[in-house]
Design a protein around this ligand. Structure first.
Ligand code: GDP
Ligand code: GDP
Length: 438
């Protein structure tokens, strides 16, 4: 599971600027997907070999007793409770406020690993200028400038140094074990536990033992029609004896962690509710994670034709960025439409793990170029020379050649379409990277 870092502090100290700075490298991947709604409060980040989740908690007023501030305080507390380490951000220019003291008191009592960041410190000299922040009783002060990117790397390093993290594995290459790690994701009440219990009650399903998994871990290995699956710890659910129960508190962090540990995510929607913001956010995380995805609209039994059309339209517009995902309409309660979902999950897994050899990729590339040349850009015409596979789950195709920075997005989509068709890739994103040699 990825560790979680939470940014806490009063409004305007620069948390969201810092959040953007820390998560920046990932943004590029998803920047050009139309219709992608991102929840700006949660993001993935990577520094060195540590991959982690960052939460921006918004403004925190620990003493707020009513209204929106109390709601925010509640959410901040949940985020802090789920975090492995807290970065408490104060304003180096504005100095200390009563609110900072309140937050510090809360954090001290909590006893979570906490590092103190004095933001907006560009151009300030270390030493006496920051001494007042020692009053907070949270130890060393880390001057940073989120806006200018100064001190941010060492801040993150420092934050993780407080944790006893296991040495991260060598750039964990996705591995085709033949066992589909499956996460069922979705907001509360879409029917996750109903579906899982219906599935686990199926006669066709045979449990098997997976070495290394403990009994209490929420991970259920089973086999269905010759295909092995491992249902991994699914956000918002708890196993109680033989059945799954929905737990009250929905946790974005657990959802993110479940998505990250899966090969395939089944994203469940509720036909009676349509596509909500929260659905779109979860879908955005899945896209960003690169996992394979199957969409299922549940409670199909409970809607009429008009509502059905509406849901379909909403999926086309609001989840346009998941066009590659197969879509199924099901009823977990009435056990309708479930068979094809299994097939789609197994196919998405095979697509995510597809092996594509360099000669075949290169032949396809050259055929595609012959069919349609990339556009000339000023003096340059991109020259695409050969391609090889750079990863699995998601499959990555690396194209080598010259002036590749001038290849348009439209042309990349054209290539993607050709590769998808040839390798029959369904339900997985496909990443195409360009490597120009000079
Ligand atoms: P948040 O409310 O804590 O999320 O704060 P924001 O990230 O929205 O930043 C509040 C204001 O502080 C904005 O006007 C930012 O441009 C500014 N700001 C953020 N980081 C820095 C910094 O490192 N130096 C300076 N001088 N200003 C910053
Ligand atoms: P979870 O929070 O995602 O695990 O959702 P639950 O499985 O607890 O289901 C939430 C509610 O939706 C419960 O009242 C279920 O009975 C109901 N529900 C689940 N699946 C279906 C379905 O296929 N059709 C209908 N009409 N209701 C369903």
């Amino acid at each position: 599971m990825k560790p979680v870092l939470a940014l806490v502090g009063r409004p305007n100290v620069g948390k969201s600027t810092l959040f953007n700075r820390i998560t920046k490298s990932r943004d590029a991947i998803v920047a050009d997907f139309a219709g992608l709604t991102r929840d700006r409060h949660y993001g993935n980040a990577k520094q060195g070999r540590i991959e982690f989740i960052v939460i921006d908690t918004g403004g925190f007023e620990p003493t707020a007793e009513s209204g929106i501030y109390m709601e925010m305080a509640k959410q901040t507390r949940q985020a802090v409770a789920e975090a492995d380490v807290v970065v408490f951000v104060v304003d180096a220019r504005g100095g200390l406020s009563a609110q900072d003291h309140d937050i510090a008191k809360y954090l001290r009592k909590l006893g979570k690993p906490t590092v103190l960041a004095a933001n907006k410190a560009e151009g300030m000299t270390e030493g006496i200028q920051f001494s007042e922040f020692y009053e907070l009783g949270l130890g060393e002060i880390h001057p940073v400038s989120a806006a200018h990117g100064q001190g941010v790397r060492s801040l993150v390093e420092e934050a993780f140094a407080t944790l006893d993290l296991p040495e991260p594995e060598e750039e964990a290459e996705a591995e085709d074990t033949g066992i589909v790690k499956l996460a069922v994701a979705g907001r509360p009440n879409v029917g996750k536990s109903t579906l899982i219990n219906t599935w686990l009650g199926e006669e066709r399903l045979v449990a098997f033992d997976l070495p290394g998994t403990t009994r209490d871990a929420i991970s259920v290995p089973f086999e269905r029609e010759g295909q092995k699956f491992e249902l991994i710890d699914t956000a918002g659910l708890r196993r109680k004896g033989k059945v799954f129960e929905a737990i009250e508190k929905f946790s974005v962090v657990k959802t993110l962690q479940a998505i990250e540990s899966a090969n395939v995510v089944l994203l469940l929607l509720d036909a009676t509710q349509g596509v909500t913001d929260q659905d779109a956010h979860i879908a955005g995380y899945i896209l960003e994670s690169g996992r394979a995805v199957v969409l299922a609209v549940n409670k199909w039994d409970a809607v009429d034709d008009y509502q059905r059309q509406q849901v379909q339209r909403q999926i086309e517009t609001r989840l346009a960025f998941l066009k590659f995902a197969p879509l199924h309409f099901i009823s977990a309660i009435k056990r309708q439409g479930l068979g094809p979902v299994w097939t789609a999950i197994a196919q998405a897994y095979r697509s995510a793990m597809a092996k594509m050899s360099t000669p075949v990729l290169t032949r396809l590339l050259l055929e595609a170029v012959q069919f349609q040349q990339p556009k000339r850009s000023g003096m340059f015409r991109p020259k695409l020379r050969y391609a090889h596979q750079g990863g699995m789950n998601p499959p990555v195709i690396v194209i080598h050649g010259n002036s590749l920075e001038h290849v348009t997005d439209a042309y990349k989509r054209f290539l993607e379409g050709r590769f998808r068709k040839e390798f029959n890739l369904v339900g997985t994103p496909l990443r195409i990277e360009m490597k120009t040699s000079r």
